[in-house]
Design a protein around this ligand. Sequence first.
Ligand code: AMP
Length: 287
Amino acid sequence: MEIVETINEVRERLARARVQGRVGLVPTMGALHAGHASLIEAARRACDTVVVSIFVNPTQFGPNEDFDRYPRDLRADADICERLGVDLVFAPSTREMYPRVNRTWVEVEKLSEPLCGARRPGHFRGVATVCTKLFNIVQPDVAYFGQKDAQQAIIIRRIVADLNLPLEIIVCPIVREPDGLAISSRNQYLDAAQRREATRLYQALSAARRRFADGVRQTEALIATMREVLSQSPALRVEYVEIVDAETLEPVASIERPALVALAVHAGSTRLIDNTILDLNDPTASV
Ligand code: AMP
């Protein structure tokens, strides 16, 4: 496995690989965990060359967010990549990715506006721009994203379609801890009490899913159920609990088509997100 820090090295290293076989890209911000590993494993199964990018992208963090304290440990990440059979790790500096003031941005209208987009202004513009840059640098045949960041995955798919980017996007299921908490690099910010309470996000989604399986279709009722579960913990502050169309991200009153149930909750200064899809064709599936 090679670790490179410059765009030129990526291009040189992949020139031949690209002609010889399929190149898969897994974009990450590092602090790799089992969620990232599931993406890397999917890439390893389907591609000849697997590239993992590790870049804590400053343009997707707001001024009061956790850019400075975001966990960084390239040595540990490289060990994980090595173990998973990654071919190339691209770990650029901020200067390498943004050598000058950035003037060109990728903005995805509508899809960037609700849910996390409404609470993190500029976040999806940063995500969309850095992913487009990574696609241009690596030129993968396929890129892997997690359903954990459902809105991000929808936005990335739309960029690829709207800009005719020649790659396939694969979205992998959410990997969870045994108690249901969605695995996240930010879980390590939680203290023991917050960690215990954080499982209520999963419990809230599961409760909504049970009511849906019982025939409840009105989103207002499902949202009330989830808020009730979350409100049992004084340690959690709800940012949003919403149910939207799984394709357009527009609010829905009654679930007739696949719907995205998404929530964001603060435990102390840590922001946690989770989601599930409710689908009439599969009403009893688990979260
Ligand atoms: P991040 O490093 O947080 O930017 O995440 C990099 C990629 O890993 C994104 O596509 C995430 O959606 C995905 N990811 C993060 N956590 C999980 C998880 N628990 N299960 C599946 N994918 C995940």
